[in-house]
Design a protein around this ligand. Structure first.
Ligand SMILES: CC(C)(COP(=O)(O)OP(=O)(O)OC[C@H]1O[C@@H](n2cnc3c(N)ncnc32)[C@H](O)[C@@H]1OP(=O)(O)O)[C@@H](O)C(=O)NCCC(=O)NCCS
Length: 176
């Protein structure tokens, strides 16, 4: 199922759909090694790769991807998504922010809102998230969203260039 992406908000952020017009802003972080290091995508070497990614969002099944816009200055500072995994009947989420915006609680604020949205819209009640062991900041985001450590696993970048040992976290909530 292809979801329509609504505009939602938090105290400091607007979460909105991304489109091709965002390519330059998005490329600023997808081309940054510091941001891409633990992501499943590899650092975008040119803006065409970012444009292809933005185009691909239109056809994603069972997934919401939002751009995170900072209300104070209207700047697109990152993106994240939450998707329903039909293999396990769980919702999994992820995020990435431009480097100069790390450390302000934005990823946690956006992730909590994505979780809240799918609970309200889909009666979602099981969540999973993972982060590379060497990327503990992401682990803190996951914990602050209420998930608890479940197990160790591993994941590989889409292009197969690197495999990371990772920690898997889960959360079950009451159905509304
Ligand atoms: C991971 C990422 C999204 C975090 O975004 P953020 O907005 O800085 O996150 P928050 O400010 O909401 O929370 C970060 C938490 O990690 C903590 N943290 C930061 N660096 C850390 C480190 N090296 N070790 C341990 N904790 C760390 C912060 O102190 C904060 O926790 P606290 O609120 O308990 O103090 C951001 O660093 C990023 O975009 N990284 C690149 C992409 C990425 O790795 N995405 C996740 C893939 S699984």
């Amino acid at each position: 199922m292809i979801f329509e992406i609504p505009i939602i908000e938090t105290e400091r952020l607007i979460l909105r759909p991304l489109d091709l017009k965002d390519a330059e802003s998005v490329f600023e972080w997808t081309s940054d090694e510091k941001v891409a290091e633990y992501m499943v995508y590899s650092c975008h070497k040119n803006i065409e790769i970012t444009k292809e990614w933005l185009k691909s969002l239109e056809n994603l099944e069972n997934e919401y991807t939002w751009g995170f816009v900072r209300k104070s200055d209207g700047k697109l500072i990152g993106s994240g998504g939450i998707r329903f995994r039909t293999d396990e009947n769980v919702w999994s989420f992820g995020y990435n922010l431009r480097y100069d915006c790390w450390g302000n609680g934005y990823a946690t604020e956006a992730s909590k809102r994505m979780i809240e949205y799918v609970i309200a819209e889909h009666n979602a009640n099981e969540f999973v998230a993972k982060h590379a062991v060497d990327n503990p900041a992401s682990g803190r985001v996951i914990e602050k969203c209420g998930l608890v450590f479940d197990s160790y696993s591993e994941y590989t970048k889409f292009d197969g260039s690197k495999t990371f040992k990772c920690k898997v976290y889960r959360m079950k909530t009451e159905r509304i």
